[in-house]
Design a protein around this ligand. Structure first.
Ligand SMILES: NC(=O)c1ccc[n+]([C@@H]2O[C@H](COP(=O)([O-])OP(=O)(O)OC[C@H]3O[C@@H](n4cnc5c(N)ncnc54)[C@H](OP(=O)(O)O)[C@@H]3O)[C@@H](O)[C@H]2O)c1
Length: 110
């Protein structure tokens, strides 16, 4: 499992629920690193992504929440997002997906 994040010069990663800067270079780096892999994130990070980028394409999005039933519609709508309440399930879920697709290799915490 690996972690990937962007910070400002003081180590800040977020302001008022969003990343308060735009960088095409950062976005390309993030895409190239995580494409065809698994990205694990909190529910707030997932919903902080702009609609058109959510779920992150060409990646399996795993989203942590204490109330997964609330997000079942989102799971039905897309085939690359799963909401989970037990962090220990991540390896099991990813293992099943690997068996099915032989695609995902690295789990990124974003
Ligand atoms: N700069 C960067 O690289 C970077 C990267 C990622 C995120 N961000 C920013 O970070 C901000 C969001 O971070 P955040 O820390 O406020 O929120 P977050 O971690 O994205 O989401 C928190 C939510 O995740 C769920 N959660 C977290 N741990 C869990 C666990 N062990 N079991 C079950 N559910 C769990 C809970 O959802 P429920 O309330 O639904 O139970 C919790 O309220 C956003 O502004 C985003 O833009 C920045």
């Amino acid at each position: 499992m690996e972690a990937i994040l962007a910070t400002d010069i003081l180590g800040g990663i977020s302001k008022n629920g969003i990343i308060p800067w735009k960088s095409k270079e950062d976005m390309n780096f993030f895409y190239n690193k995580t494409v065809n892999n698994v990205v694990v994130m909190g529910r707030k990070t997932y919903y902080s992504l702009p609609d058109k980028y959510r779920p992150l394409k060409n990646r399996l999005n795993i989203v942590l929440t204490s109330d997964r039933d609330k997000y079942l519609d989102e799971e039905y709508r897309y085939n690359n997002v799963l909401f989970i309440s037990d962090i220990n399930l991540i390896y099991n879920l990813v293992f099943c997906k690997i068996i099915k697709s032989l695609l995902f290799k690295i789990i990124f915490v974003v």
